[in-house]
Ligand binder design. Sequence first.
Ligand code: NAD
Ligand code: IPM
Ligand code: MN
Length: 356
Amino acid sequence: MKTYNIALIKGDGIGPEIIDEAVKVLDAVAARFDFSMRYEEVLMGGSAYDVTGDPLPQETINVSLNADAVLFGAIGGEKWDNLPREKRPESGLLRFRKELGVFANLRPAVVYDELVNASSLKPEVVKGVDLMVVRELIGGIYFGEPKGWEGDKAYNTMVYTKPEVVRIAHTAFKIAMERGKKVCSVDKANVLDVSQMWRETVEEVAKEYPEVSLSHMYVDNAAMQLIRDPKQFDVILTGNIFGDILSDEASMLSGSIGLLPSASVGAKIGVYEPIHGSAPDIAGQGIANPIATIASASMMLRFALGENEAADRIDAAIKHALKDGYRTRDLANYDAKELCSTSEMGDIIANYAAKE
Ligand code: NAD
Ligand code: IPM
Ligand code: MN
């Protein structure tokens, strides 16, 4: 029997609660498809800082680099917000992505038919939405130098090199070839030099994908268009900070940020993680929606382990649970038949995944 080694990073806040449910579901499909999962738990974020004084201990990097994939919950919380920048949980996560070299963060936003009433937008606007945000993850203003804070002046720098834009553009075009063959590159080229270079570079890469239609949009317009008519989008290609913001916005098409998974890829080892954070406001109450993390585990099976049937099974089980009216509290007001806790939702999805 095949065994996969997974580095498991639960993190802070709701991280441990949602990761436990993803593990439950993974174990259920593994039993059914005749493979097994071996998890090695390592620390990152505030919980790592509390134990080791470092939000990203070296062991976490080592174990992750030797695993088949990383499954990650979320980090951060008020307790650590006033630490020096490099000790903060968020800095640990950024360093982690950089160390692994996962430059492409794939954030699909899909509206489940069962949840068309859950969106803040009208059902006819969101029904059928299926888009993919391809977010550059280890460059841009998150990492640019110089950065600093001196007295009354603080600054960060948005930098991209051409090779960084080329590789993320290839990722987006390749994904578009497997989908609707449309890429919308989002930038701020009317104001920023870095965006103008981004735009020109994306144009050059596009020549290698004649079947894909490329458009460009300024980020302010894109934020508006996502709400006005989200179905116009197939693949949205964008930089680190714009992708962070637009993907949280896109989550509200689906009804809850607790639904959106992601895959951080581009290197030997990928990181599979929900797009949301550690949700300190609901941590420890057993009410978080575990679906984003369970769907991230499904992306891990598909992209990192090649277990496509098991991934399909999880995706079907999520839909089935929603169709049967099971809802965590974030979605309780939308066609709910039964309100579930985090672990009840995990049980239901694991059961469906194991049986069907
Ligand atoms: P957040 O995504 O944690 O929460 C935003 C809102 O969405 C909250 O009301 C929260 O309760 C809700 N929410 C999030 N996930 C949910 C889920 N699975 N089910 C139900 N509701 C859910 O964003 P925030 O409040 O801005 O940030 C909180 C902390 O998380 C901060 O420390 C931030 O830096 C960190 N953060 C971490 C990551 C990550 O680890 N990848 C991502 C974003 C934010
Ligand atoms: C995310 C988060 C992170 C980001 C933070 C916590 C560093 O918001 O994963 O979306 O901005 O990338
Ligand atoms: Mn974010």
